[in-house]
Design a protein around this ligand. Structure first.
Ligand SMILES: C[S@@+](CC[C@H](N)C(=O)[O-])C[C@H]1O[C@@H](n2cnc3c(N)ncnc32)[C@H](O)[C@@H]1O
Length: 234
């Protein structure tokens, strides 16, 4: 079993995959060399040795046709400029009978409680706007199957599904709310938002305050939807 995990980031999923195939090998690929140091540390901590890591761009993979049995990506296609080309490449490097798998968030389909937290709808709209202006597609989840068809996969061999991540309870509220309150106010998001004319510094402060207000609600609850595809190669 040869597995390629594209956009592996800190490598937590890469290490999970490696543990599932002790006789096989997993390659974690990312375009950011720095994050691969984290990924190597994750693999070492978990005691998995059947992994290796490489720098690369999903738009132009440096692997032979059919080099892998499974090609996987998680939360990457939403950030890149040409997800169809990425899936074309993922398809090319997958062996006959193999699998291509992807899971991507769909931010406009987020839901939360309390529904009346001031500023959260504005945060969602701003995030969608800035991500699109940056060449990404924050509603990637609902488009995965379309991109797969455009990349040449036979729709009859593409299984679609959706799942959610749900954040509630003190620890998750603090982590998820804090993550967004911080992320909004620092580059690259703040820079893209302000320089792109999508928001003022005050708008960003208001969005960060909305996240802190959400996190302080005892009953706070947030769900983010993800689309999934599992494409079977003929
Ligand atoms: C949101 S992280 C996801 C990390 C990991 N897959 C996970 O779910 O935990 C996105 C990762 O994709 C990488 N990435 C972005 N564009 C890429 C590209 N064109 N080719 C390869 N990796 C890319 C980023 O460097 C980042 O590490």
């Amino acid at each position: 079993m040869r597995i390629l995990d594209i956009g592996c980031g800190p490598g937590t999923i890469t290490a999970d995959l490696a543990a599932l195939v002790p006789q096989g090998h997993v390659t974690g690929l990312d375009q950011a060399p720095d994050v691969l140091e984290l990924a190597r540390a994750t693999a070492a901590e978990r005691g998995v040795s059947n992994v290796s890591f490489a720098v690369g761009d999903v738009h132009a993979l440096d692997y032979a046709d059919g080099a892998f049995d499974v090609v996987h990506t998680h939360q990457v296609l939403q950030h890149i400029t040409d997800p169809v080309q990425a899936l074309r490449e993922m398809r090319r490097v997958t062996a006959p009978g193999g699998l291509v798998a992807a899971r991507e968030a769909d931010f406009p389909a987020s839901a939360w409680y309390p529904e009346d937290v001031q500023g959260l709808p504005e945060w969602r709209d701003l995030y969608v706007q800035v991500a699109r202006a940056n060449g990404g597609e924050p509603a990637a989840g609902r488009r995965l199957h379309v991109w797969a068809r455009q990349a040449g996969f036979d729709p009859a061999r593409v299984a679609t599904s959706a799942s959610t991540m749900c954040y509630s309870g003190p620890a998750q509220r603090e982590w998820w709310g804090g993550l967004w309150a911080d992320r909004i106010r620092v580059p690259p998001f703040s820079q893209l938002a302000v320089e792109g004319g999508h928001a003022s510094a005050e708008d960003l402060e208001r969005a960060a305050a909305a996240w802190r207000a959400w996190a302080n609600e005892e009953d706070a609850w947030f769900v983010i939807m993800h689309g999934e595809i599992l494409c079977r190669m003929p």
